[in-house]
Design a protein around this ligand. Structure first.
Ligand code: NAD
Length: 491
């Protein structure tokens, strides 16, 4: 299958462009060819977005919401088909792929509701016969640059609030996962959005990504990806005085206190650490465990890890799929080797899976270390694979210090039955998301999603706060006194 860009309400191909193979990481089969746009193609998309946005911004927001409702309905109708596409190109197991489509459905219906509000403020003026309010207005064109690990969930968290706010978008999906973006473009097309409101341009990060960030017609950049790329995007976007939203990496921990329900904690850790083969920004890669229950937790974890079935995500029996590509496989393994040099003790896993169907794809054995030092690279850097380190602590204070002492700040979790511990932890954990008696994953679309420190630059996807990124706020004063009234002077 040859994919095409989606520009000005039509699929758009330029045969002179280079095509890359799209590979199924479970089988290494080539499943599509994706074009790599030239700057000319991007320019065509930006011109289409400029035209489309003018018309779109004049449609009342509650009417724009109707399109989002239609998008939600289409996603629901195609959920199973889309989940299969997602599993084939990204590798996550089918149950999780369905979950990701559901996230898009939830966001479509939720944001359709926000289109009926798009709240500004009304506030009393300090002067008589004067009315004061603020309203939200669209920015214009929004550039979306998105990663492969949530190739439809993350883009929809951005695209839906962007368009309901009256903007047009130019979206560059990750080159590893373009098929789901292509299928999403079909849905945008089927609901009849005015031409140019949504444009999907496939291309390399260094060429097309960079040009999106610096193009003067694009007002806001909404980026999700690695911290190293995010830093480049921030630098370039900052130079061009753009509003840049960055959702970046994580180094998320589950804290297990000595009074925790250990079976519950183990279930949460397994799901957070090995779901999506550890390739979630919120994946648990550190378990900070109270010394009194370390041995018991370790035994229970090992016994549950033995039950994990690994293989092609299309097979419902598998709980862990492949990682995205060979490069990721070798990167994960290099961290495992480094951890051993750093003094950590390997309890299970620690190798690339080989033999039979494993030889076809990119499979890594779920891996558990103990005796991990909080400052070891395994405990500090994002590995993005099914690798977890146990870090022993003696108190809640120490657990919180270890949790917070990383450069990232996305998600954290604590298992305890003590209400005082719960309240201290939710106050003192410094991440953007905190879970109590649940793992590090499982955000819902109507609360803000994002992190502190190296995980981003203060913006949030999802929730009503997402609208802050995609709107300009205009403060309006209406003086009906019929005379000059001077604020700060005549009162
Ligand atoms: P990546 O940074 O390699 O790529 C992300 C996107 O940026 C891709 O579309 C890529 O083509 C593009 N890109 C690459 N170089 C660019 C450049 N110089 N200028 C502009 N765009 C460029 O990240 P990835 O490997 O696709 O995704 C995994 C990362 O994403 C992990 O670090 C993960 O934690 C993070 N992530 C974060 C969140 C969050 O919400 N915090 C969610 C999902 C993934």
């Amino acid at each position: 299958m040859k994919l095409a860009h989606y520009i000005a309400g039509a699929f758009y191909a330029d045969e002179t462009e280079k095509y890359l193979d799209v590979i199924n990481p479970a089988t290494s089969d080539t499943i599509a060819q994706v074009p790599m746009a030239t700057i000319h193609t991007l320019d065509v998309a930006i011109s289409a977005a400029e035209k489309g946005q003018k018309e779109w911004a004049n449609i009342p927001a509650p009417k724009r919401s109707d399109y989002l409702l239609e998008i939600g309905v289409k996603l629901k109708e195609k959920k199973e088909f889309l989940a299969e596409v997602l599993t084939k190109e990204m590798g996550k197991v089918i149950e999780e792929a369905r979950g990701e489509i559901q996230e898009g459905i939830d966001m479509a219906f939720y944001m359709a509701g926000e289109g009926r509000r798009l709240l500004g403020e009304t506030t009393p003026s300090e002067l008589n016969d004067k009315f004061a309010m603020s309203v939200r207005t669209p920015v214009g064109i929004i550039g979306l640059i998105t990663p492969w690990n949530f190739p439809i969930g993350v883009p929809l968290l951005k695209a839906l609030p962007a368009i309901v706010s009256g903007n047009a978008i130019v979206w560059k999906p990750a080159s590893e996962t373009p098929i789901i973006a292509y299928e999403m473009a079909k849905i945008f097309d089927e609901v009849g959005l005015p031409q140019g409101v949504v444009n999907v341009v496939f291309g390399s990060g260094t060429d097309i990504g960079t040009e999106i960030v610096q193009n003067p017609h694009i007002g806001v950049i909404s980026f999700t990806g690695s911290t190293s790329t995010g830093r480049k995007v921030a630098e370039l976007g900052g130079y061009h005085l753009k509003k840049v939203s960055l959702e970046l990496g994580g180094k998320n921990a589950v804290i297990v206190m000595d009074d925790a329900d250990l079976d519950l904690a183990v279930e949460g850790i397994i799901w957070s650490a090995f779901g999506t083969a550890g390739q979630r920004c919120t994946a648990c890669s550190r378990v900070i465990v109270h010394k009194d229950i370390e041995e018991a937790l370790q035994q229970k974890l090992l016994s549950e890890m033995e039950k994990l079935t690994i293989g092609d995500g299309l097979d419902e029996r598998n709980k862990v799929g492949p990682v995205i590509n060979m490069e990721a496989l070798y990167k994960i393994h290099s961290y495992v080797e480094l951890a051993q040099l750093d003094g950590a003790t390997l309890l299970t896993g620690g190798h690339i899976l080989e033999g039979g169907d494993y030889d076809l794809g990119c499979y890594y054995a779920p891996t558990l270390f103990k005796d991990v030092r909080p400052d070891a690279r395994l405990a500090q850097e994002e590995i993005f694979g099914p690798v977890v380190g146990l870090i022993r602590v003696g108190s809640l204070e120490e657990a919180i210090e270890v949790n917070n002492n990383v450069s990232y700040g996305l998600s954290s979790s604590i298992y305890t039955k003590d209400v005082n511990t719960v309240f201290r932890a939710q106050r003192d954990l410094d991440t953007g998301i905190v879970y109590v008696n649940a793992g590090t994953t499982g955000a819902e679309v109507h609360l803000p999603f994002g992190g502190t420190k190296g995980t981003g630059n203060g913006h949030r996807d999802s929730g009503v706060s997402a609208l802050d990124l995609y709107t300009e706020v205009k403060s309006i004063y209406i003086d009906f006194s019929g005379k000059l009234q001077r604020a700060q002077i005549d009162n």
